[in-house]
Design a protein around this ligand. Sequence first.
Ligand code: NAP
Length: 228
Amino acid sequence: MSDKTAIIIGASRGIGLGLAKELASRGYKVIASERSESAELHGAAEAHEGAIEIVRCDVTDPASVAAIKDSCAEGSVDLLVMNAGVYGGSEQELDQLGRDSVADIVMTNAVAPTQAALDLLPLVKRGGTIAMMSSKMGSIDDSSGGVNLYRLSKVSQNMLARSLFAKHAQPRGVGVVSLHPGWVQTDMGGPNALIDVETSVNGMLDVVDRDDGQNHRFIAYDGSEVPW
Ligand SMILES: NC(=O)c1ccc[n+]([C@@H]2O[C@H](COP(=O)([O-])OP(=O)(O)OC[C@H]3O[C@@H](n4cnc5c(N)ncnc54)[C@H](OP(=O)(O)O)[C@@H]3O)[C@@H](O)[C@H]2O)c1
């Protein structure tokens, strides 16, 4: 056992499930969240014999986020991953954006995860890391446009993650890194995506290991810096 603890918000499938499995294999105690019962996550918990504790959480429901604080002591968590995210459907052209679709995706992908990270921050130990699951699609410099809802939500998340870092995490000695997981074969990424979950997860855990907590950076799974 490595004696380390991680919390993964959004671990029912895809990248979050992959992170839970990999961290458990590395000896972490993992607190992994599902919104509704995930057979895959429960299977992983059985396979890893006690290393994965499953909690219920909808990242947009502050009460369910706060309940996670019952699962671990203040200052005991090495890594908090805010992985939960949605793509936002097919109506993403500029002239299709409406009040409800914008509010939903910005809340789910940007506001709720950073507010949840702020609420859970006291659990993270000095020298620990908060990893925000962003996307290269949230890079303004890298963008040729389109997929506006999703891009808008990840740009917003990056900005709120900067506030989380500068005003809250850094003063407590906790790092914040915004991650691009690559284009990954999951329900969201689809079967034609370029890399598998294991490649993405192992790369991102290397990035987290190398983060010194001094700056808030936007880094891809392969270690390359993503332009804001
Ligand atoms: N796949 C890619 O190529 C790619 C690329 C760049 C960034 N990302 C980002 O990486 C993250 C994971 O993506 P993925 O590909 O693994 O997606 P996925 O297969 O669609 O899984 C999404 C995960 O987020 C959870 N989730 C969604 N809304 C939630 C909410 N309100 N509360 C709690 N959990 C919620 C889902 O839970 P349920 O099972 O309950 O729905 C699921 O566990 C996302 O933030 C995504 O934007 C993915």
